[in-house]
Design a protein around this ligand. Sequence first.
Ligand code: COA
Length: 168
Amino acid sequence: MRVAIYPGTFDPITYGHIDIAERAVTLFDKIVITIAVNSSKKPLFSIDERKKMIMESVSYLSNIEVDAFEGLLMDYVKTKKAAAVIRGLRAISDFEYELQMALMNRKLAEDVVTVFLMPNVNYTYLNSTIVKEVASFGGDISGLVPPGVERRLREKFPKAIHSGIKKY
Ligand code: COA
């Protein structure tokens, strides 16, 4: 059983993450999408909300587990007896940070490989912050996140109405 861990903040999950998960399930027997809890980040969604959104969004894929942890990723990987970590590479700008993490993780656990997957080009500009920002101004986020995530974002920003700009 070849298990891979797909870690991230997932605040919230987007179609870009889902695209990576779809590619990863073809390579491994099981993918664990896990929320890495980082106390220095101030997420919009709670761990439970993020877990629910991930579960709903990938329910059509078999062999996926959804989880959350706090601590070193490589310690978590060992508890899951995983062989690999999945990371998405959207653009050259991701590369330096990802290389640094992959090499540090290799130092911590030499037998665990990091597998980089490229999302569909349509999602290369996406990240969770940009989606939250557009939602906070009432902008159109359909096509960027699944309907359940879109609904929850609207609930987080109930007063967001797309009413154009204010000039000063
Ligand atoms: N589509 C859309 N957006 C994507 C994406 C994709 N395919 N891949 C990444 N992103 C976005 C995320 O939405 C996120 O956006 P945000 O910053 O606006 O929230 C951003 O890219 C960062 O990606 P994410 O996957 O959430 O990474 P991260 O930098 O928050 O976390 C961990 C990386 C969790 C893997 C890392 O911090 C970790 O391992 N933590 C555990 C502690 C540890 O072991 N540290 C030592 C590591 S060497």
